[in-house]
Design a protein around this ligand. Structure first.
Ligand SMILES: [Zn+2]
Length: 330
């Protein structure tokens, strides 16, 4: 079992539930994306299901239960997620779950349900789930995992014991990233930390997928528009193809950083500390009021991003506005 530095405290709480014999029937694990909440939930489930856990409530790794868990075939561990990424957990899924839970667990330990992401329960499925929570079956532990607890109905929240995972501090993340990839410089690790908003697994994912180099290419295109050497329509078309890159978020960080540079904010407060020189130079040739207008436009786009918005037109609108307000003398 590999625990990350920022998970240790939460893991201790989970161990205490078992060793002090006060395992909650419903547990909500919440916290930002990229902190390994599902990993913790799974580890807790392993400890609950193991036949011979250690006295610290760690699974033994060699009993029948542990073997079944390793093979992902343990009958008393049930995982519920949307059938398609981004879709809801349906009422049918919950009905099937409830009917399964009406049977006795196969082993004489617990039975564990991990429901993730819990905020994907829609009204109907949340109601069906709540009904079960009001009269749960014996030895059944429900673990709900969510990035946005505030989107869950208060009726469900009030029935769960809560465990919230916090982000580690910047230095912990930077050291952790550099430990995983010793070639990373301190500045690169800092940029990864900033652009992932401090979520270590997200930062590591950015690292292994070379996201910083993609961001650099995109930022160079942003500079090219200011210098009139590339056309917004062409760039928008290219950006629309980069489906994995969080481009709207990156554009937001450039604009916010430009505003911060205008107010002479220290480098450590920037999302893109490595781009400070270029950002400061861009801001010198751009009117601050116009930058705020661009910022408003971007905030509006962010509100619409999860709808059926045409992303290419959205990028065109942002980039044409950027072309108009940048003075072309960078
Ligand atoms: Zn075991």
């Amino acid at each position: 079992m590999t625990l990350q530095p920022w998970q240790k405290h939460s893991w201790q709480q989970l161990q205490d539930y078992i060793t002090q014999d006060r395992v909650p029937q419903a547990l909500l694990i919440s916290g930002d994306k990229g902190l390994g909440k599902v990993q913790l939930a799974t580890q807790f489930a392993n400890s609950l299901l193991c036949i011979n856990p250690t006295k610290d409530a760690v699974n033994c790794g060699c009993c029948t239960s542990c073997h079944l868990l390793k093979a992902h075939t343990h009958p008393d561990l049930i995982k519920i997620s949307p059938e398609e990424v981004g879709k809801n957990i349906t009422i049918n899924q919950i009905r099937q779950l409830v009917s399964l839970l009406s049977l006795k667990p196969q082993f004489d330990r617990y039975r564990v349900v991990i429901l993730h992401p819990a905020e994907q329960l829609n009204n109907a499925s949340a109601n069906a789930f709540l009904k079960y929570l009001e009269e749960p079956t014996e030895r059944t532990i429900l673990i709900l995992v969510t990035d946005s607890a505030s989107r869950l109905p208060a009726t469900i929240l009030s029935r769960c014991q809560k465990l919230s995972i916090s982000k580690p501090d910047k230095l912990t993340t930077i050291n952790w990233l550099r430990n995983l990839n010793p070639k990373l410089t301190g500045t690169e690790a800092e940029v990864l930390h900033q652009l992932s908003l401090g979520s270590p697994f997200e930062a590591h994912h950015y690292d292994i997928t070379n996201m910083i180099s993609t961001r650099n290419d995109c930022f160079n295109a942003w500079l090219d528009i200011a210098q009139r050497s590339q056309h917004p329509i062409v760039i928008a078309e290219n950006w629309n193809k980069l489906t994995d890159a969080p481009l709207l978020f990156w554009i937001t960080t450039w604009v916010v950083d430009m505003i911060r540079c205008k107010h002479q904010a220290p480098t450590k407060l920037l999302y893109n500390p490595d781009l400070q020189k270029s950002l400061s130079s861009l801001v010198k040739s751009t009117n601050i009021k116009e930058i705020y207008k661009l910022y408003d436009l971007i905030l509006n786009c962010r509100l619409k991003i999860d709808t059926q918005i045409n992303k290419q037109s959205m990028f065109e609108e942002i980039l044409i506005t950027w072309l108009e307000i940048s003075k072309g003398n960078v």
